[in-house]
Design a protein around this ligand. Structure first.
Ligand SMILES: [Zn+2]
Length: 132
């Protein structure tokens, strides 16, 4: 796999280089930490959980989850319904509708979709709590 940020080769290895201890296998840029892109894998396989992400994209994905997840965790929808709704908003097939696979642009679209559903103030308060 090639790093989508710098084009260097990605290496499959354990994640201790990132976390100080091993939480499972990752694909990580061979230029790490100069380039800090990586992605976790399913168990001990070489199958990535999404696209390789740098710090900026990781932050956006956390924000997208922080505003989206309450829709089904505490809202009026079941998890499946919430993803159905998101699919419609983003015009994506279900197989591609995973925040883990999104780029920064798609994460922003998730946040705007949720703004459209629950309103800007509630989204801002989630993001404020999240940032703090
Ligand atoms: Zn890289």
């Amino acid at each position: 796999m090639e790093c989508p940020y710098c084009g260097a080769q990605a290496i499959w290895r354990d994640s201790s280089i990132i976390y100080g201890q091993n939480y499972g296998q990752v694909w990580i840029c061979s230029r790490y930490p100069t380039c800090d892109a990586y992605v976790g894998c399913h168990g001990d396989t070489k199958t990535p959980l999404g696209r390789m992400a740098n710090a900026e994209l990781r932050a956006w994905k956390k924000k997208a989850h922080a505003v989206f997840d309450p829709l089904w965790q505490q809202g009026d929808m079941e998890r499946g319904e919430a993803y159905e709704w998101l699919m419609g908003e983003l015009e994506l097939p279900r197989a591609e509708c995973h925040i883990g696979m999104f780029d920064v642009d798609m994460c922003e679209r998730v946040i705007w979709a949720v703004v459209g559903r629950i309103g800007r103030e509630r989204v801002q308060s989630i993001l404020r709590a999240f940032a703090g």
